[in-house]
Design a protein around this ligand. Structure first.
Ligand SMILES: NC(=O)C1=CN([C@@H]2O[C@H](COP(=O)(O)OP(=O)(O)OC[C@H]3O[C@@H](n4cnc5c(N)ncnc54)[C@H](OP(=O)(O)O)[C@@H]3O)[C@@H](O)[C@H]2O)C=CC1
Ligand SMILES: N[C@@H](CC=O)C(=O)O
Length: 355
């Protein structure tokens, strides 16, 4: 089979047969590079309108004919690969793709996602996905939905599985906001310039307002809360502090980027006010399992606070009954390559399917 995946990476007799949805994007293009580097060829490449699916006709998936994107056909084709472990990697931000997860998982197709929406959506939908993976005896992995490639969700699950009681999970969860708030500190840069740079560095969501309005942090906090064992946490019940100027809430992304500079002075004034009182602005999240509370928002931190040394990094502190001094994970929590390698690590984990 010409365009199939390499078996050497799977570590067992079955091949990973991998479809990448969103391969033309920032994370997707880095994922293809990373897969190529370890000799794992994708079986299918999918974007919003068209897809290329492996056949016997070509040695290279890129040479395949583009056909209209059809997720039922994609699933059937993956399941027909004999002796293969079918995996769909979703590196888009599209809600419409996530509607297919439950069906794919039930049929035994593992799902690896960088796409956060459904994991932070209504709890019943999230629970249905977990159940579907059990029915399909396959994997549902989304490590990169919090902290990109940093080992956060796996660590949390490992702690819980090994009898730790999780007390709190807190810290800096947005690469974009860490970068932007670092750039505007001390008047180094303007808000609009910092957001442009964050976008160019591949840190932002496809719409950077999803970072600036706190929604990306809130979604990550919900995901952390669920993995930490909390029930009843819903995004729409949370108070989420936004840094998006009111007049730019509803325009398109281009207009938002163009007009953001009109709001630089207001942001500079806000930063100067906090700094005059000896603080530095950070956007943080706190999941308090014991008190059943999830909070996100702007924090003013005094000079000695560890957040002030984190630069553009994510910094996540986990406190448990045994880790009373927190276990801290710090590192780049946004960017194409670090996210793609986290997705690839999850794809490789799919070689171990549940019995
Ligand atoms: N950047 C980062 O640091 C991190 C990102 N993530 C997540 O990764 C995801 C991707 O981010 P990023 O790469 O920056 O986004 P981009 O906007 O760069 O890429 C999005 C990709 O999705 C494809 N796409 C969009 N809509 C659909 C659809 N309906 N069906 C199929 N394909 C579609 C686009 O294809 P087309 O060519 O058709 O437009 C494109 O390939 C997001 O969910 C983000 O939250 C997670 C952790 C970190
Ligand atoms: N836009 C996100 C990317 C990773 O999830 C961020 O800035 O952290």
């Amino acid at each position: 089979m010409a365009a199939s995946s390499s078996s050497s990476c799977s570590g067992n007799h079955k091949k990973l047969v991998v479809a990448v949805i969103g391969y033309t994007g920032g994370v997707g293009s880095c994922l293809l590079k990373a897969m190529n580097k370890i000799g794992l060829e994708p079986y299918a490449l999918v974007r919003s309108t068209t897809m290329k699916v492996g056949s016997n006709n070509n040695n290279n998936i890129h040479d395949e004919k583009e056909v209209p994107t059809n997720y039922d056909e994609l699933a059937e084709s993956l399941l027909q690969q004999r002796n293969g472990i079918p995996v769909i990697a979703d590196v888009t931000a599209s809600a419409s793709i996530q509607k297919h997860y439950q069906g794919w998982l039930t049929k035994g197709i593992s799902v690896v996602a960088a796409n956060k929406g459904i994991f932070a959506g209504p709890e019943t939908n999230y629970q249905a996905l977990l159940q579907a993976a059990e029915i399909g005896k396959c994997r549902l992995l989304h490590e990169t939905t919090v902290g990109a490639g940093l080992p956060i969700l796996g660590t949390l699950q490992g702690l819980k599985a090994s009898s730790h009681e999780i007390h709190t999970v807190e810290g800096i969860l947005s690469g974009t906001l860490a970068f932007v708030l670092g750039q505007v500190a001390n008047g180094k840069s303007s808000l609009s310039q910092a957001v442009k740079e964050a976008k160019a560095l591949g840190y932002t969501e496809p719409d950077p307002r999803d970072d600036l309005n706190g929604m990306d942090v809130a979604r990550k906090a919900v995901i952390l809360a669920r993995l930490a064992g909390m029930n009843g946490v819903e995004l729409d019940k949370m108070t989420i502090e936004s840094l998006v100027p009111e007049p730019l809430k509803d325009c398109n992304v281009e207009e938002f980027m163009d007009k953001l500079s009109e709001h630089d002075a207001a942001m500079a004034e806000k930063v100067a006010g906090v700094e005059a009182a000896g603080g530095r602005l950070h956007y943080a999240a706190k999941v308090n399992v014991k008190d059943n509370k999830v909070e996100v928002g702007l924090l003013s931190c005094e000079a000695s606070h560890p957040f002030n040394n984190a630069g553009p990094d994510n910094m996540i502190a986990i406190t448990t009954n045994f880790y009373t001094r927190p276990l801290v994970v710090q590192g780049a929590g946004a960017g194409g390559d670090v996210t793609a390698t986290g997705v690839l690590a999850n794809i490789l984990e799919c070689a171990n399917q549940p019995a």
